[in-house]
Design a binder for this molecule. Structure first.
Ligand SMILES: Cc1cc2nc3c(=O)[nH]c(=O)nc-3n(C[C@H](O)[C@H](O)[C@H](O)COP(=O)(O)O)c2cc1C
Length: 220
């Protein structure tokens, strides 16, 4: 089935295939059908960051940026689902084309640029989902927020998603948002982490729950 689906999807542009797949996985999830497509995953429980994962294979951020198909992915057997990257305000991302196949390397090049519908939309999708497993929410900054003010965007997102996430990923890894990777180093990183840690302590008190923060950096 995978071979057939791949042949059909490769007739479409990479981004159209992506959108169609996401729609189908979302629809299958709403109908509760996706579990029929695959065997139940092996039980391989792991505890990381104080969280219990049923298995260590999860959905990486970027496939379901807006939380459109949380139940659909959960039914495929992932040990966790990470949605986002989400930004405070909706933004269109880079001009198309911005996703490119490299079939000979079985790879794709991603220049999406954090296209997303904004954190409020994502939270509405989370509220509509039935999934009760480990949910990561990956947060970023809007492209037009100056990098010196980036921490404001991360704090806005952290405040909003805190009560709804099993863990929050602070994404400073993307090459597609100008200046973002400068936050991966030195004083910028220290300041960002200090501000996030302070706010996390306040949120933990307010919500009575400690939510782990993961920092996503790029290999350079
Ligand atoms: C099309 C595409 C979009 C992505 N979007 C995001 C994103 O929005 N946020 C993020 O943190 N990572 C994003 N990523 C990176 C993935 O989450 C993952 O870290 C990366 O693909 C490396 O894992 P892999 O080697 O299994 O592909 C994206 C990757 C791809 C291919």
């Amino acid at each position: 089935m995978y071979t057939l689906a791949r042949q059909l999807l490769f007739k479409l542009s990479p981004e159209t295939s992506h959108d169609l797949s996401l729609d189908l996985i979302g629809a299958g999830g709403r109908l509760g059908l996706n579990g029929l497509l695959c065997k139940a995953p092996a039980k391989m429980p792991v505890n990381v960051m104080g969280l219990d994962f049923p298995n260590p294979v999860g959905l990486a951020a970027g496939l379901d940026k807006n939380g459109a198909a949380i139940d659909g992915f959960a039914q495929l057997g992932f040990g966790f689902v990470e949605i986002g990257t989400i930004t405070p305000r909706p933004q269109p991302g880079n001009p198309k084309p911005r996703l490119f196949r490299l079939p000979e390397a079985e790879a794709i090049i991603n220049r999406m640029g954090f296209n997303n519908l904004g954190v409020d939309h994502l939270l509405a999708r989370v509220a509509a989902a039935k999934y009760k497993g480990v949910l990561g929410i990956n947060i970023g900054k809007n492209f037009d927020t100056p990098v010196e003010r980036a921490v404001d965007d991360y704090l806005i997102c952290l405040d909003k998603v805190y009560a709804h996430a099993s863990y929050v990923t602070v994404n400073v890894s993307s090459p597609n948002t100008p200046g973002l990777r400068s936050l991966q180093f030195g004083d910028s990183l220290k300041q960002l982490l200090a501000d996030l840690a302070t706010r996390r302590a306040e949120l933990a008190l307010r919500h009575g729950r400690h939510v782990p923060l993961a920092i996503k950096i790029a290999r350079t």
